[in-house]
Design a protein around this ligand. Structure first.
Ligand code: OAD
Length: 249
C-alpha cells in the first residue's frame, strides 16, 4: 500500500489523539549527515563498542575515548536538523502534548525546537566528573581530558556507556509518557538496544497505536500497527501535511 493510502487510513485514529510520543534513534539524524550505528558503513562497523563506549575503555585510555567523543561532537555540531526533526516540532502545534524520547546524543531535536525531550542515552554536550558527578562546562578551546575543579577527578562524556544504567529520572518520565500517550511513533531506530527498545513494546502491550517510520524492517516491524516504510525526512513531513489538511477541513 502506498504511504499516502496508509496516511489516509490513519486519519480517523489521528483525529482522536491528544498525546503523542515520538521515540527516535540514529535514523532520524541520518539525513543530517550523522552516521547511524548498525548500517554497513555505520559507527559500529568501524569501531568496536568494547574499545570505546564503556568505562573500562575510558579508564584504560581516557585520551583515546575522549578524542572519539570530541570527534563525534564536532560532527554533530557541524550538522543541522533535517525536515524529520522539524516535522516532529510541527506536531506540537497539532496535538496537546508531544514527548520526544530519544536514544540520540546529538542534541538535534533541541536545536530544531522540540520542547519536551527525554534523552535516554545522555548527551555529547554534557560532561561530568567521573568521581563526584559534578557537571563540567567544557570551554571551546580546551584540549585533552579535563580534571574536575572540585575533586580533581577525570571529566567524562555525559553519555550512557554499555553496562551503565540509564538516568533513572529520564527513564521514569519516558515510561510514564509511554503509558499516558494515545499514539506512539517509533522513528529511525533498529529497536535492539535495551532497555530503550522496551518502550514501543510497552506501548503495544497497553493497546496504544504504534507507528513505525523506517526504510528497513526492524524487530518492531511485524508488531507495529502501521508501518510507514521510508526516510523520516520524507515521511514525517507528509504525516504533518495530512494532519494539517484534515484540521483545515
Ligand atoms: P541503529 O544504527 O541501530 O539503527 C538506525 C535505524 O535507522 C535503522 O533501523 C535504519 O534502518 C534507520 N534509518 C536509517 N536511515 C533512516 C532515515 N533516513 N529515516 C528513518 N530511519 C532511518 O541506531 P539506534 O537504533 O539509534 O547506544 O541505536 C540504538 C543505540 O545503539 C544507540 O543509542 C547507541 C547504539 O549503541 C548507546 O551508545 C548507548
Amino acid at each position: 500500500m502506498l504511504i499516502a493510502d496508509k496516511l489516509r487510513e490513519l486519519r480517523h485514529i489521528l483525529s482522536e489523539v491528544n498525546h503523542v510520543v515520538v521515540f527516535t534513534g540514529a535514523g532520524i539524524s541520518a539525513e543530517s549527515g550523522v552516521p547511524t550505528f548498525r548500517s554497513p558503513d555505520g559507527i559500529w562497523a568501524k569501531f568496536k563498542p568494547e574499545e570505546l563506549a564503556n568505562i573500562n575503555a575510558f579508564m584504560a585510555n581516557p585520551q583515546r575515548v575522549w578524542e572519539w567523543y570530541e570527534h563525534r561532537r564536532t560532527v554533530v555540531d557541524q550538522a543541522t536538523p533535517n525536515p524529520g526533526h522539524y516535522a516532529i516540532v510541527a506536531l506540537e502545534s497539532l496535538f496537546d502534548r508531544v514527548d520526544v524520547i530519544t536514544q540520540n546524543v546529538d542534541g538535534l531535536h533541541a536545536r530544531a525546537g522540540s520542547r519536551r525531550i527525554h534523552e535516554l542515552h545522555g548527551s555529547l554536550h554534557a560532561h561530568r566528573c567521573l568521581e563526584c558527578s559534578t557537571p563540567y562546562d567544557l570551554a571551546a578551546t580546551e584540549e585533552g581530558v579535563p580534571h574536575c575543579p572540585s575533586c580533581g577527578g577525570l571529566i567524562r562524556p555525559g553519555v550512557v556507556w554499555f553496562g551503565e544504567d540509564l538516568p533513572q529520572d529520564v527513564w521514569q518520565r519516558a515510561e510514564t509518557s509511554t503509558r499516558e500517550c494515545d499514539l506512539f511513533l517509533s522513528v529511525g531506530t533498529s529497536t535492539v538496544v535495551y532497555p530503550a527498545a522496551q518502550l514501543p513494546f510497552l506501548a503495544l502491550s497497553l493497546g496504544k497505536h504504534v507507528i513505525e517510520v523506517n526504510p528497513e524492517a526492524t524487530d518492531l516491524t511485524r508488531h507495529a500497527d502501521t508501518v510507514l516504510q521510508g526516510a523520516a525526512g520524507e515521511i514525517l513531513p507528509e504525516l504533518v501535511a495530512t494532519i494539517r489538511s484534515d484540521r483545515s477541513k
